[in-house]
Design a protein around this ligand. Structure first.
Ligand code: HEC
Ligand code: HEC
Length: 444
C-alpha cells in the first residue's frame, strides 16, 4: 500500500477524518497506521474531539488568509496565490515558463509552478518504492517515488511552504518580516486565538504557526481534491465520454499506443480510490532545455532534478540525475506551461514530444549546421542511461510515431475531461457517447 503524503497530519493524528474533513481515502490509510508521522501541531493534551475540530477549522481559515496575503512577501506584492492561482487549479495563472518574484518582482525562478491539487495522495519520498496497490506485487522496486516539488525534496506541506517564503526569487521574506506582517494583518486576533496570546513574542513561533496553517489550508478537500471532473463523473456512471474523448482514453491506456497510463494511472486503485493520474515516480524523460530561461544562458547550468541543484541529499549520485516527479494530469488542461522547466505551452506539443522524441528528435532538440541533432540537450551525456526508453519512447529515428496527429488530438480531448468543476446537469451532451459500463462491455 502506498504511504500517502498526508497534509491532514494534525487532525488525522488525533482523530478520524470524519471530524477533520480530510478525505476518507487518507483516513483509511491513517486508520491502518500507514500514514506518515504527523507534523508538529499536536493539539494541547486533554482536548475533546470538538475542540480539536474547532482548532483545525480555525487554522484552516487562517491558512486561507495567509495563502492570499501578499504582505508576507519581501516585496509586499507576492502571495502564494499569485503563482498558485485558485482559478487555475492552484497552478500558474499565465503562460510564462516560470514566474517572477523576489524583492523587485523581477527575479525568475527556473521551474514551472505545479498545481497544488491532489497532493494529498503523494507519498513521502523513498528511493525504493514497493507497491502492492497498483501492480499487485510488492517485490517489484518501482524506484525513487514521491515527495513534494518536482524533485521530491520535502515531505510535508509545512516544510514546503518554508521554501517559497524564504526563497530570494520567490517571496523573499524572513520569519521576522512574516511576524510583522501577520501582527499588522486583519487576522492578527484570530492568529492569537488559535496559537496563544504570546505567539507574537517569537518570530520562530509565528513562522511555524504560519507554515502549519498553510498546510492545513492545503488539505481542504473541496478546494484541493474535489474529484469533480467529467472523467470522475464518467467513472461514477453519471456522464458519457464523446467519441474523441473515449478514443483518447483508449490511446492513453493502450500499451502499444500512448502508454501514458503506465505512469499517469487512469484506473481506480484496488481499494476503489479514484485514479490520481500519477504513480508519483521520479523519472527522466529528457525534456528539452528551455532556452527562454535566464538561468540557462549559462551553458554549464543544468537542472538535474533529484540530484540537484535545489535538492542536495542525492548530489553526486548519478542514478538520480535528470529525474523529476511524475505530475498528476488532473486539471492539466487549465495550464499553459508544461514540464518542470515550462518548455511547452500547449498540450498537443507535449503529447507530440512523447510520441516523436525518438522518431523525429530534430523537432524538439537543436540541430547543428551539419545536421546533427543534439538530443537530450538539457542532460549531460553521462546521465543518459537514466532516460526512460519504455513505450512510447521505445522507437528509433524514422520509425512510425506511436500516435498520429488525429490521435494526438483525441488524447488531448481526453485530458480535457480531467478538469474539475464538471456538472453533468449543465452538459447538454452528457448522455451522448459511451458510458463506463458500455466501455467495459466493449473491452471485455
Ligand atoms: C514565485 C512563484 C511561487 C510562489 C509565490 C509560491 N510558489 Fe509554491 N511553487 C512554485 C514553484 C516554481 C514550485 C516548484 C518548486 C520546485 O520544484 O523546486 C512550487 C511548489 C510548491 C508546492 C509543491 C507542489 C508539488 O507538486 O509537489 C507546494 C505545496 C507549494 N508550492 C506551496 C506554496 C505555498 C504554500 C506558497 C506560499 C507560502 C507558495 N507555494 C508560493 C512557485 C511559487
Ligand atoms: C515513463 C513515465 C511516463 C509516461 C509513459 C508518460 N509520462 Fe507524462 N510525465 C512523466 C514525467 C516524469 C513528467 C514530468 C517530466 C519533467 O517535467 O521533466 C510528465 C509530465 C507530463 C505532462 C506535463 C504536466 C505538467 O503539469 O507540466 C503531461 C501533459 C504529460 N506528462 C502527459 C503524458 C501523456 C499524454 C503521456 C502518453 C503519451 C505520458 N505523459 C506518458 C512521466 C510519464
Amino acid at each position: 500500500m502506498r504511504l500517502p503524503f498526508v497534509l491532514c497530519a494534525l487532525a488525522l493524528a488525533a482523530l478520524s477524518a470524519a471530524v477533520s474533513g480530510c478525505d476518507s481515502h487518507a483516513a483509511d490509510k491513517s486508520a491502518s497506521g500507514q500514514t506518515q508521522a504527523a507534523t508538529s501541531v499536536a493539539a494541547p493534551q486533554g482536548q475533546s474531539r470538538a475542540e480539536v475540530f474547532a482548532h483545525v477549522k480555525e487554522i484552516t481559515a487562517l491558512g486561507e488568509k495567509l495563502f492570499f496575503d501578499p504582505s508576507l512577501s519581501g516585496s509586499g506584492k507576492l502571495a502564494c496565490a499569485s503563482c498558485h492561482s485558485p482559478s487555475h487549479a492552484f497552478g500558474p495563472p499565465n503562460a510564462l515558463s516560470v514566474q517572477l518574484g523576489g524583492n523587485d518582482m523581477h527575479q525568475p525562478g527556473f521551474r514551472a509552478v505545479p498545481s497544488l491539487r491532489y497532493l494529498q495522495s503523494v507519498p513521502a519520498f523513498t528511493r525504493h518504492f514497493h507497491d502492492s496497490d497498483d501492480e499487485g506485487d510488492e517485490s517489484v522496486d518501482a524506484g525513487p517515488t514521491g515527495g513534494l516539488t518536482w524533485d521530491g525534496r520535502v515531505d510535508h506541506g509545512s516544510d514546503q511552504a518554508r521554501i517559497p517564503l524564504l526563497s530570494s526569487f520567490e517571496m523573499g521574506s524572513t520569519p521576522a518580516k512574516v511576524t510583522v506582517a501577520v501582527k499588522a494583518s486583519p487576522y492578527a486576533g484570530d492568529f492569537r486565538k488559535a496559537f496563544g496570546a504570546d505567539v507574537f513574542d517569537s518570530d520562530d513561533k509565528v513562522f511555524a504557526s504560519v507554515l502549519q496553517s498553510l498546510e492545513a489550508f492545503e488539505q481542504t478537500p473541496e478546494k484541493f481534491y474535489p474529484y469533480t471532473s467529467k472523467y470522475d463523473a464518467f467513472l461514477a456512471g453519471r456522464a458519457k465520454l464523446n467519441d474523441a474523448e473515449m478514443h483518447g482514453l483508449q490511446l492513453f491506456n493502450d500499451e502499444n499506443k500512448g502508454n501514458c497510463a503506465s505512469c499517469h494511472i487512469s484506473q481506480r486503485a484496488k481499494d476503489g480510490s479514484p485514479p490520481q493520474f500519477s504513480d508519483f515516480g521520479l523519472i527522466a524523460i529528457g525534456v528539452p532545455r528551455n532556452r527562454a530561461l535566464p538561468v540557462n544562458r549559462n551553458p554549464n547550468f543544468h537542472d538535474l532534478g533529484a540530484c540537484g541543484p535545489e535538492r542536495r541529499d542525492l548530489k553526486g549520485q548519478d542514478e538520480y540525475c535528470g529525474i523529476f516527479r511524475t505530475p498528476s494530469l488532473r486539471n492539466v488542461a487549465t495550464r499553459k506551461t508544461f514540464f518542470h522547466n515550462g518548455v511547452y505551452h500547449n498540450l498537443e506539443d507535449v503529447v507530440r514530444f512523447y510520441v516523436e522524441r525518438d522518431t523525429n528528435p530534430e523537432k524538439f532538440y537543436p540541430v547543428s549546421k551539419s545536421g546533427v541533432v543534439r538530443k537530450f540537450d538539457d542532460l549531460p551525456k553521462r546521465y543518459w542511461e537514466n532516460i526512460n526508453t519504455e513505450p512510447p519512447f521505445d522507437r528509433k529515428k524514422g520509425d512510425q510515431p506511436a500516435l498520429d496527429e488525429a490521435e494526438i488530438r483525441d488524447v488531448v480531448a481526453f485530458l480535457d475531461t480531467l478538469t474539475d468543476g464538471y456538472d453533468p446537469a449543465k452538459d447538454k451532451n452528457a448522455q451522448k457517447g459511451t458510458g463506463i459500463n458500455e466501455m467495459k462491455s466493449v473491452s471485455n
